[in-house]
Design a protein around this ligand. Sequence first.
Ligand code: ZN
Length: 236
Amino acid sequence: MKALRAAADLIWPADCAGCAAELAGPLCSRCRLELLGPVERREAGAPRLVPADGGPALPVWSSAWYAGGVRSAIVAWKRQGRGELERELTRAVGRTAEAAGRLLAQISPAIAVVPIPSRAWRNWGEGGRRTRGLAIAAAEALAGAGLKATVEGCLVRRATSREQSGLAAHERMRGRENATRVRQAPSSPCLLVDDVLTTGASLLDAERALANCGAEVLGAVVLAVTPAASQTPDRG
Ligand SMILES: [Zn+2]
């Protein structure tokens, strides 16, 4: 019986990926509510996105903080291969992109949706595929909001960029500088898509690389944002 249960869990785990509450689905209603919070600009706590000259930071829209059940669910999706979370997470990013699209439509009728190449996954190919899945959901939502949106895999990570996991935050920042290369210029102003915003180093690096080839980056959409010490997300 135990073996049967284990086999069934592999196909459709019975526990919420966020808080381990037992249920027949990938996320319980409490964790889903945390994931589908208010769509807001949440870049203020990312030190790398706030320019030293006091200029405006790159807008980053998200509906969740990277904490509690949301954090556990994203870790399960990325590190433990909980692929059944895909639908929950792409829905969240699509909802965020739709809200951002209402503002972006006033700037450009066409948007290139650009996934950030990531290495913080079980393996390289999987990270690219899943981040691209988030970008596809974002593009579909923008199209639903009346924009001409195309997913464009413009960015690649340089082969020399160091493995980031296990490094301190300041080392991660250094490792990410100039880690991104543009392999193909985007067709329109860009909206970047990533899973989690922490320091902002990856987004900043992508923005710089795109700006160097003349592309305009309008902002980014992410699943969740790591709360800075000064921010106090409303949760238990
Ligand atoms: Zn839960």
